[in-house]
Design a protein around this ligand. Sequence first.
Ligand code: FES
Length: 134
Amino acid sequence: MTGPYGDAVAAAPLKVARLRIWRGCAGEQGRYEEYDVNFEDGDSVLDGLVRIRFGQQPDLAFQFSCFNANVCKECAITVDGVVEYACIAKLKPGLTQLDPVPEQRVLRDLLTDTNEPDVRGATLRRRMQTIRSK
Ligand code: FES
């Protein structure tokens, strides 16, 4: 690998995050499954979910539209017990637990029913007040 001036630059070793993800369908008890994903500093939890979907688990369900622009507000999930946008939450080494947004009807895995009234309304806004400031 070379730097901007053609000099040799050592590639930074990738870090590994283990994502413990709630899996299941509406009406099921559900279970947790764990996936390891490589990342670089600054990668989002959404980056990790996309890598898992395309590299390991093509049926993993979650939602997003704008992909890391934090515009669509569709990627809300629970990260280590706190409701956050997956495109804002950062991957970290070690274990991170991901759950659907609480009190929303789960369709499958981290995907909740966004057609239900109030999903983008008061309940979700109250929950998003708990977003960690980065
Ligand atoms: S992906 Fe659109 S807000 Fe997170």
